[in-house]
Design a protein around this ligand. Structure first.
Ligand code: AHM
Ligand code: MG
Length: 336
């Protein structure tokens, strides 16, 4: 069988021995995420057909309206992981606090915690634009068998053991890393199987796409404004082209394939940035670095930031290495 014909299930099993802490637990965890992704994909795909779009009426901890599919995706991922008894804790963008999980015998022996954004970019759902799921996995640091604590979730990004995303796009893909490169799998919806379609994904070192919400330009820090002007300048291989879907997973996915940079800087509107460190930026940073790219807050490597709260926000830039380095250079220059 050629490498491209491999299914995600086969790939996970074949690669579990390469993972240094292997006990089969991470394999079961990834298989559960694969299953939940298929269930959510089914629902996302019929969003235009049934009366499921629109606000659920709840407001989450960040003061944003939740949409029905956000709630649905949250339930599917959390319930799938809880019922299979493979994690000891879950934190989600849609939950104010982390969930501590007890196994049937009430002594949870599981080692992993999962942090998840069940449906990112959900403001795009009702206009039929791609959305995504982002996940991040850590080994707990508190003793196995005891209830998880906030410390198990507030770990630096470089401690991640796995991270990935699902993009519900023109085709649905699951892309993940366990620290040995990045591989992408495309769902064949007819038979409900993910196939390895994008082995060893890698950001080109340079690119010509910049992705940011330029509507916020006036509120950006000077260094970011200068970098955007640099992208637009007629010189060498520039001007670059601007592409912004407003759906992090989709913008990241395109930039990884074509070469580009995604920026969500801090601004006077969002003084700490908008994106969440633990379940948006860290997993994307892990994937970026594993794919020869780079992720930072403009000054510091994202995966070196010490988290202080579950729903913490950070400025974020991520993508082709040379492009991120250039944007950092402008940020530093503007401070002098
Ligand atoms: P969400 O978690 O509320 O969906 O917000 C995250 C999304 C990202 O997917 C996207 O890149 C960004 O917010 C878009 O924000 P904006 O509309 O301010 O440009
Ligand atoms: Mg989100």
């Amino acid at each position: 069988m050629s490498k491209q014909n491999k299914t995600l299930g086969e790939f996970i099993i074949e690669n579990q021995t390469a993972f240094k802490y292997t006990t089969g637990e991470l394999t079961r965890l990834l298989n559960s995420i694969r299953l939940a992704a298929k269930v959510v994909n089914h629902e996302v795909n019929k969003a235009g057909l049934v009366d499921i779009i629109g606000n659920a009426g709840d407001v989450n901890i960040q003061g944003e309206d939740q949409q029905k599919l956000d709630v649905y995706a949250n339930d599917v991922f959390i319930q799938t992981l809880i019922k299979r008894n493979i994690v000891c804790g879950i934190a989600s963008e849609e939950e104010d606090d982390f969930v501590s999980i007890n196994s049937q015998d009430s002594k949870n022996q599981n080692k992993y915690v999962v942090l998840i954004d069940p449906l990112d970019g959900s403001s795009n759902i009702d206009v039929n634009v791609s959305v995504g799921t982002i996940f991040s996995v850590y080994r707990r640091i508190t003793p196995v068998g005891s209830p998880v604590t906030i410390d198990d979730f507030l770990q630096e990004g470089h401690q991640q053991v796995a991270a990935g995303y699902i993009v519900y796009g023109t085709s649905t893909m699951l892309v993940y890393t366990t620290g040995a490169g990045v591989n992408g799998f495309t769902l064949n919806p007819a038979i409900g199987t993910f196939y390895l379609s994008h082995p060893d994904m890698s950001f080109p070192l340079d690119g010509n796409i910049y992705s940011c919400n330029e509507g916020n330009y006036i509120h950006f820090p000077q260094g970011i404004k200068d970098y955007i002007k640099y992208c637009q300048m007629e010189e060498d291989d520039r001007p670059y082209t601007s592409r912004y879907i407003g759906s992090l997973v989709s913008d990241f996915h395109r930039n990884m394939i074509k070469g580009g940079i995604y920026l969500y800087p801090k601004s006077s509107k969002n003084p700490k940035g908008k994106l969440r460190l633990l379940y948006e930026c860290n997993p994307m940073a892990f994937l970026a670095e594993q794919a020869n790219g780079k992720a930072s807050d403009g000054f510091t490597r994202i995966m070196d930031i010490k988290p202080t709260e579950l729903h913490e926000r950070v400025p974020f830039m991520c993508g082709s290495k040379h492009m991120v380095e250039k944007a950092e250079e402008f940020e530093r220059k503007a401070l002098k």
